[in-house]
Design a protein around this ligand. Structure first.
Ligand code: ZN
Length: 147
């Protein structure tokens, strides 16, 4: 089970939804969130921060360390901002912040076609999913490069 939590960035203009895989890490592990507008003014610290397309997540690595006993041994030994993000312990809900909102809207737009022309709908859905991933990869989102 993945709990969904939203965080507002430091400047307050944007927010992002996070997933916490198996709820191993508590929400408090996210110390701060910086959107592309407010990440400019911070000094990037690779020891506690993860950068994804100008968004920056700052983790409280002390809290992460405290809860790391719940992680598999190999994850525990490699505890880092990258591991927390890439292994899904604390990561975007979807591929990028706001992904689940955009994709639901885009899918809804296609859904009207389902009643009129089911065959075309399935074709459109398939190419929509593929093209979407190609596009996100081009934009450079970290999770679009997985696998
Ligand atoms: Zn911001």
């Amino acid at each position: 089970m993945c709990m969904d939590h939203s965080f507002v960035c430091k400047c307050g203009r944007k927010e992002a939804s996070f997933n916490f895989r198996n709820e191993v890490m508590p929400p408090e592990t996210v110390e701060a969130l910086y959107c592309p507008e407010c990440s400019d003014s911070i000094a990037f610290d690779p020891g506690t921060m993860l950068k994804d397309n100008a968004w920056v997540i700052k983790y409280d690595m002390d809290i992460a360390g405290l809860y790391s006993s719940r992680l598999p041994k190999s994850d525990k030994e490699n505890l880092s901002p990258e591991l927390l993000f890439d292994e899904g312990y604390i990561t975007w809900r979807g591929v990028y912040p706001g992904d689940h909102i955009d994709s639901a809207r885009e899918r809804e737009e296609l859904a009207s076609l389902a009643k009129v022309n089911p065959k075309k709908y399935f074709e459109e859905m398939k190419s929509w999913a593929i093209n979407r991933m190609i596009h996100l990869k081009e934009e450079g989102w970290r999770k679009a490069h997985e696998g």
